[in-house]
Design a protein around this ligand. Structure first.
Ligand code: NDP
Length: 352
């Protein structure tokens, strides 16, 4: 717990007065998730800055977003939140307000993804967050905070997936690349990135009516996700040079079974399920590589590399096709929509 604003605190061995923010901005707007004897409650509220958790950087997120994980937290659908009460929001972008971290000065533009923020540490669906400077990445000049949140954890994870495919040797011209969970956040950005880089992208989606959207992002073909959703043979007709999978379960097992000799599959999600009912046949008979992708605890250097690649490879205008803007007070209702599969692309949350 942070000391009250205006009191004297110990900092690196010397006493320094904290800035008295109470006179100018004692409270901030935030979503708050609570669990107690009466059950789960999510609401928009005003909180005292003094309640913010410990951290060496105070930030003002001007934009946040709703990822799959945020939607799980806001609807209490899975144990995403580990401590209560919780300010949700695993992503944020905006400006540094105060800092005792050597890399960050007031006014610096930051982007934050993961590190347990919104799960174990108060997050960015709020006008203020106190974070660790080591968690922040410099916001590339190519992006506004709003564009950074149109990318968000989903888009940065899509970039990590593309980088994983490249690390295992995939190149444009090698053959078709499958993207599952195609109309979702990870899928939409993955299709955009891969097609911009020159890959032939095939999108697997359950939303036939979104085929034009997916082709607009750069998919050359859209297949029905039902063709991948049920149990299949351990080895199937070889098709994919690479796969970005946001779905898991039978979909991932079938994608592996259809991957060509020497191909690579980047697995990052579990929209269908956490299970992997597969065999080792694709690995030992076709030299297929399964590359796991985690964004939450990815080291800082890898994050910065991913954001630098996004700045280089993602045309900001493409984000407008993917992003839908909502105000903070609609976040709870739209989280339910996201869980119900009614959201396309990315929801960007305007904080101020
Ligand atoms: P979204 O909800 O935006 O997209 C998920 C998409 O998956 C949906 O749009 C839908 O696409 C498809 N889908 C949903 N339910 C099913 C189902 N039962 N069977 C098959 N497909 C389904 O989520 P995100 O894109 O933000 O995240 C996708 C996954 O990646 C999630 O599981 C999330 O937890 C995970 N993730 C992991 C990260 C990591 O660090 N490893 C980081 C970010 C996300 P369509 O309608 O087109 O079929």
């Amino acid at each position: 717990m942070q000391p009250d604003a205006g009191v004297i605190r110990q900092d690196a061995g010397c006493e320094v007065p904290t800035i008295d923010k109470k006179a100018t901005r004692p409270m901030f707007k935030a979503l708050l998730l609570e669990k107690n004897d009466t059950g789960f409650h999510a609401g928009l509220t005003e909180l005292d800055e003094a309640r913010l958790p410990a951290g060496d950087v105070l930030v003002a997120p001007t934009w946040s977003t709703l990822n799959y994980k945020d939607a799980l937290a806001l609807t209490n659908r899975a144990p995403v939140v580990r401590t209560w009460p919780m300010v949700p929001g695993i992503d944020g972008a905006g400006t540094v307000v105060e800092s005792s971290h050597p890399d960050w000065q007031p006014g610096d533009r930051f982007v934050l993804n993961g590190w347990g923020v919104g799960e174990t540490h108060w997050g960015c669906l709020a006008e203020r967050a106190r974070l660790q400077g080591d968690w922040l990445v410099k916001l590339p000049a190519a992006f506004t905070p709003r564009q950074a949140m149109a990318i968000g954890t989903a888009g940065y994870t899509a970039m990590l997936c593309v980088m994983a495919l490249e690390r295992h040797g995939l190149q444009p011209g090698d053959g078709e690349v499958l993207v599952t969970g195609a109309t979702g956040g990870v899928g939409s950005v993955a299709i955009t990135l891969l097609s911009t880089l020159g890959y032939r992208v095939v999108a697997a989606s359950g939303k036939a009516h979104e085929a034009d959207y997916l082709r607009g992002l750069g998919a050359v073909e859209v297949i029905d996700r039902a063709t991948l959703a049920a149990a299949g043979k351990p080895l199937q007709k070889e098709r994919w040079a690479g796969v970005v999978d946001a779905v898991g379960s039978h979909t991932l097992a079938n994608a592996l079974a259809q991957t060509r000799y020497g191909g690579v599959v980047a697995a990052c999600g579990l929209a269908q399920g956490m299970d992997l009912p597969a065999s080792v046949a694709p690995f030992i008979l076709r030299n297929v590589t399964l590359a796991g992708v985690d964004s939450v605890m990815a080291p800082r250097a890898l994050r910065q590399a991913a954001w630098d690649r996004l700045a280089r490879d993602l045309v900001p205008a493409a984000l407008e096709r993917i992003a839908e803007e909502i105000p903070l007070d609609q976040a709870i209702a739209r989280a339910a929509d996201l869980m119900a599969g009614k959201v396309r692309g990315r929801l960007v949350v305007r904080i101020v």
